[in-house]
Design a protein around this ligand. Structure first.
Ligand SMILES: *Cc1c(COP(=O)(O)O)cnc(C)c1O
Length: 384
């Protein structure tokens, strides 16, 4: 059996090697390292793929979120509601901009932000909601957009983990993750579903004025050379990363379906097992979920419900099976984000999830033998 990896980027490289190498040597020869033609071409290709009017490339997914919030004109003291169960970057940028993060609990089935909890957290100071499409599945955008409209709030989608995912609205309309709110952000960190060979990120919007604002903001607030109209940042996608992303983008749907296929096989093996809860896809695409792109499985995350999660992590590591706990500590208990407004009783789901979740190897190169070995090892330990 091939060595099992959490993410197998080497195997994936084999399929795009020639294209990437040719593009990179061309960049070396033309010295168009920053904002060169590769970046512009990638931007256009991603706009077409996502069906969004504007893609603004930038340096990483954290910057993308921060700049999105700057572009919306959020001011210190404005409250921004986001999920307690996500990667720290989401709340970090809110705090960095001196906005007030308001963390709320998540849904136990999808791990995504709990819309009822969002509604309860809205005050007269609330300005925005940041749903995170965690592990590759969209949050409940029907309800979030409705709530935002009713309370006149911005919706900023943190789409670092769900690029390529579809969302079916209740009315049957289908849209790509990251393009439904006022603005969306993503990350091209190497292990993300569309990963560069270094850092990268992008902001998405259908709003022409906001897009213009953002394009200046990523480049020192400069709209005309050496005229600085607003305080911006320096956040650029470099040409080499754009070339890698251009090679991978046409394969993104194939990558997503390979992930989904691996997830389906995992879940088949785990079916009927006590104490092992497999990930659930919840969407409005009745009956077509096996073939549609509702869940792109950035992570395949189980809940181990008999208290053996930590021991399982140790066991799997001993057997040469990498795994991860995303995330082991709720954000409301992280030192940097502790706030007296929070009560433990506000976060029953997150407090439980941090003890139960475990993410198994998930990438485009998993084979049946590896999946069988992984699932047998998990089942043998949890229910053995
Ligand atoms: C990866 C990630 C980010 C940050 O992306 P970087 O490119 O690493 O800055 C933000 N939010 C979520 C949910 C992520 O998973």
């Amino acid at each position: 059996m091939r060595k099992i990896q959490m993410v197998d980027l080497g195997g994936q490289f084999a399929g795009i090697k020639e294209q990437v190498n040719t593009a990179i040597s061309k960049i070396m020869e033309t010295s168009a390292f920053i904002n060169g033609p590769e970046v512009h071409a990638f931007q256009k290709e991603l706009e077409d793929y996502l069906g969004v009017k504007h893609v603004i490339p930038c340096a990483n997914g954290t910057d993308a979120l921060q700049i999105a919030m700057m572009g919306l004109g959020l001011r210190p003291g404005d409250e921004v509601i986001t999920a307690d169960f996500t990667f720290a970057a989401t709340v970090e940028v809110i705090a960095l901009l001196n906005l007030t993060p308001v963390l709320v609990d998540v849904d136990p089935e999808t791990f995504n932000i709990d819309v009822e909890a969002v509604e309860k957290a809205i005050t007269s100071r609330t300005k925005a909601i940041v749903p995170v499409h965690l592990f590759g599945q969209c949050a409940n955008m029907d309800a979030i957009l409705e709530l935002a409209e009713r309370h006149n709030l911005y919706v900023i989608e943190d789409n670092a983990q769900a690029i390529g995912a579809d969302y079916f609205f209740k009315n049957g309309k289908k849209q790509k993750a990251g393009t439904m709110g006022h603005v969306g952000s993503t990350s091209f960190f190497p292990s993300k579903n569309l990963g560069a060979y270094g850092d990268g990120g992008a902001i998405f919007t259908n709003d022409d004025r906001l897009a213009h604002t953002l394009r200046g903001m990523v480049n020192h607030g400069m709209y005309e050379r050496y005229h600085h109209d607003v305080v911006g940042v320096n956040s650029r996608l470099d040409s080499i990363q754009a070339a890698v992303l251009r090679a991978k983008l046409p394969k993104l749907d194939e990558y997503c379906s390979k992930r989904r296929e691996a997830a389906r096989k995992y879940s088949d093996h785990f079916s009927g097992q006590d104490h092992i809860a497999v990930p659930i896809t919840v969407n409005n695409c009745e009956g077509v979920c096996d073939t549609c792109d509702c869940h792109v499985f950035h992570q395949y995350t189980l809940k181990i419900t008999n208290g053996k999660r930590d021991a399982l992590v140790k066991h799997l590591n001993e057997k040469g099976i990498p795994c991860g706990v995303y995330y082991p500590i709720p954000l409301h208990r992280q030192k940097a984000y502790v706030d007296e407004r929070y009560r433990e009783s506000d976060f029953p789901v997150t407090n439980e999830l941090v003890k139960e979740v475990i993410s198994l190897p998930m990438h485009t190169e998993l084979d049946d033998e590896q999946i069988a070995y992984i699932t047998t090892s998990v089942i043998g330990f949890v229910n053995g």
